[in-house]
Design a protein around this ligand. Structure first.
Ligand code: G16
Ligand code: MG
Length: 213
């Protein structure tokens, strides 16, 4: 049976996607581009540089390297302002119960987020101390769908990938988990997360006992 659960952050433990949406929309509008909620769906799990590139590609726009960097910095400043007020109420329902159930059974808990702001966010959510290891998106070479972040967290936990269960809401994230050689739990729709070994509609509905048996 598994020795650790490794969680994605946005879309699994909390909904930071809404704040990314507001900030990326402001960036797009500044460039004279449209940016819809549907466009935002395509950025879930994609890292910061990749997200801006997708927005520019869709608008068939290219900017200088300096401008690209400046847009990234501005977007992040805006995002940080937006998430400044998040608190434990922003945790998805059932997350604390799930963590408690895992701890009770001696299962380790890791975080594998693509966000460079992940440590700040889990601190705001009041759950930082519950993790045995928090991955650092800035220190891995390749972002999701590459397995790097999940492998680095397994290593940080002192476990081999086969002993870990990954939990993800994004297609790129599920691919990352499977490429890492882990069992993949999808959060969302079965028809979308086709590579997942099992899918639950929400994190709160995830059946920990079933997954551990
Ligand atoms: C999250 C979001 C992505 C976001 C990425 C990078 O990933 O899903 O939309 O682009 O983080 O965020 P930042 O700009 O804060 O570094 P995850 O892996 O937590 O779902
Ligand atoms: Mg996610």
């Amino acid at each position: 049976t598994a020795k650790a659960f490794i969680f994605d952050l946005d879309g699994v433990l909390t909904d930071t996607a809404e704040f990314h949406f507001i900030a990326w929309q402001a960036t797009a509008h500044q460039l004279g581009l449209e940016f819809t909620r549907e466009d935002n769906e395509g950025l879930k799990g994609v890292d910061r540089v990749g997200s801006l590139q997708l927005i520019l590609d869709k608008g068939q726009l290219s900017v200088s390297e300096e401008k690209f960097e400046q847009l990234l910095v501005e977007k992040n400043q805006h995002y940080l302002e937006l998430i400044n007020d998040i608190n434990p109420d922003n945790l998805f329902p059932g997350v604390l119960d799930c963590f408690a159930a895992l701890k009770e059974q001696g299962i380790k808990i890791g975080l594998a987020s693509a966000s460079k702001n992940a440590a700040f966010v889990v601190d705001k959510l009041g759950i930082a101390d519950l993790f045995d290891f928090i991955g650092d998106a800035a220190s891995v070479a390749n972002s999701k769908p590459a397995p790097d972040i999940f492998l680095s967290v397994a290593q940080g936990l002192g476990l081999s990938p086969e002993d870990c269960i990954g939990v993800e809401d994004a297609v790129a994230g599920v691919t990352a988990i499977k490429s890492a050689g882990m069992y993949a739990v999808g959060i969302g729709e079965k028809s979308v997360l086709t590579q997942a070994d099992i899918v639950f509609p929400t994190t709160g509905e995830m059946d920990v006992q079933q997954l551990l048996s």
